[in-house]
Design a protein around this ligand. Structure first.
Ligand code: SAM
Length: 232
């Protein structure tokens, strides 16, 4: 089967021969792809929604992989046992939800070796959580699909330090890797931030003025990163 660019980029991060948990699997395309292409030995595909789970049950029935894909209903990591998986994929949800899923069950979280995380929003907050909770970001990638940017974070447990606060907003690995979409991604962030400034311009509440200052500072930092990558 052929995956979308986003799902393919997520699957590309999965280390070979690992046992994978795909939390919030929905359609189940990744589990089937990982087994079909002999990347994983076994996949536990979970979802909190019965409707979503029905989709994957029907889909897996059409394949010959029913014994390789274990389908489970439940919230976050509650569906897996400690040390049952070595890689977890949590993709296509908000960064705060991904953070909460990881944080809710620390024993299980800490029994997992590799984390492939693809937040749709609030990536900054997810990076903050990872840096504050002894994760090391090994790699990152930006994907553009249907005019929308997606950031994929590949992490493992281990100490790491952030050199500049702006790296919460723009993953440092994206800069080091010279990610092909990085310039476009930053320019898009600047455009969106400038629109926020326009909206705040006439407002005179303290909250609005503080927000104006904060967004202006963010734009300055984003432009500095842009200069840094253009200079390289
Ligand atoms: C937009 S879909 C993403 C599906 C797939 N992971 C992807 O990236 O294309 C989000 C899925 O996460 C599931 N979900 C949301 N919260 C969850 C939780 N706490 N535990 C497990 N699944 C969850 C939803 O039911 C939904 O099927």
């Amino acid at each position: 089967m052929k995956l979308s660019n986003r799902l393919q980029a997520i699957a590309n991060f999965v280390p070979k021969n690992t046992i994978v948990g795909d939390i919030g699997t929905d359609h189940g395309y990744i589990p089937v792809y990982l087994i079909e292409n002999k990347i994983s030995k076994k996949v536990i595909a979970t979802d909190i929604s019965e409707n979503s789970l029905d989709k994957i049950i029907q889909y897996v029935k059409l394949t010959k992989y029913e014994k390789d894909i274990d389908i489970r209903l439940g919230d976050g990591l509650e569906t897996i046992k400690p040390f049952e998986i070595d890689t977890v994929i949590i993709a296509g949800m908000g960064g705060l939800l991904i953070r909460d899923i990881l944080d809710k069950d620390k024993e299980k979280r800490d029994s997992i070796t590799y984390f492939i995380l693809q937040p749709n929003i609030a990536t900054k907050e997810l990076r903050e959580y990872l840096y504050e909770n002894n994760f090391e970001i090994i790699d990152e990638k930006i994907i553009k699909e249907d005019k929308k940017f997606y950031e994929i974070i590949y992490a493992r447990k281990g100490k790491s330090y952030i050199a500049e606060d702006i790296y919460y907003e723009i993953g440092e690995k994206l800069i080091l890797n010279k990610d092909p979409l990085l310039k476009e991604f930053i320019n898009n962030k600047i455009e969106r931030a400038e629109k926020i400034l326009e909206e705040l311009e006439d407002k005179e509440t303290q909250k609005s003025m503080d927000r104006y200052k904060e967004v202006t500072e963010k734009i300055t930092k984003l432009k500095e990163v842009l200069q840094e990558i253009e200079g390289n």
